[in-house]
Design a protein around this ligand. Structure first.
Ligand code: ZN
Ligand code: ZN
Length: 215
């Protein structure tokens, strides 16, 4: 597999490690981490530090504890990378395959217009996660964000703001970004995308159907 170029932020990896992310975000983070050596190594160091901080929670933070914690992070980050988990043969990495209960064939797709199809996965209501299938060369509706949006590519690729995102790459978008991802030619682009607030569509038609599509 090619190198993954677009990764999770430290904040997301820490939130995942601490168990504070919405279920929808946990699924996207776990799926990326299963594909990405770099983020798996960083997560490993946050997991180790989280354990140390928990142990120290009752005691007052001793003088030098911060230095010791930072030293631990860098030591953990240098440990050999944990082996890649065994992956199913299809488009869905292990965590997503387990969540859906199968691969692409197990997904109940719904039409969105413009040839785009989506399937919303069942999670807790604080955030939403969906699979998107965007025809090769087609655009997602132009939209902004009220919260955070994570988009992980599973098949094909999309272009956004001069960057190309292919399998394993993750785009982290927030309030500041209004964008129009376009599926690369050659192959339909299938993504797993989570958002913690309704997207704000910029053109009227998508806005009208927004409540029905739960975007
Ligand atoms: Zn990564
Ligand atoms: Zn977006």
């Amino acid at each position: 597999m090619r190198d993954i170029r677009h990764h999770l932020t430290d904040e997301l990896l820490m939130g995942y490690s601490a168990g504070t992310l919405p279920e929808a975000f946990n699924l996207v983070v776990a799926t990326h981490v299963s594909l990405c050596d770099e983020c798996r190594a960083r997560l490993h160091s946050f997991d180790a530090v989280g354990g140390v901080l928990l142990e120290e929670e009752s005691a007052s933070m001793a003088h030098g504890a911060l230095e010791a914690t930072l030293a631990l992070i860098s030591r953990k980050a240098q440990e050999p990378i944990q082996p890649k988990p065994k992956q199913p043969a299809g488009a869905f990495p292990g965590p997503l395959y387990d969540y859906v209960g199968g691969d692409l064939g197990a997904v109940n797709w719904k039409r969105m217009g413009g040839g785009v199809r989506q399937a919303i996965l069942k999670t807790s209501k604080d955030a939403t996660v969906r699979l998107l299938n965007i025809p090769a060369g087609a655009a997602m509706p132009d939209h902004g964000h009220k919260g955070m949006e994570l988009t992980l590519v599973l098949q094909g690729a999309f272009l956004d703001d001069g960057e190309r995102f292919a399998r394993g790459d993750i785009e982290v978008a927030n309030e500041d970004l209004a964008h129009t991802p376009i599926a690369d030619i050659g192959e339909d682009c299938i993504c797993l995308t989570a958002s913690d607030a309704p997207l704000t569509f910029n053109s009227l038609a998508p806005r009208l159907v927004q409540p029905f599509l739960r975007i």
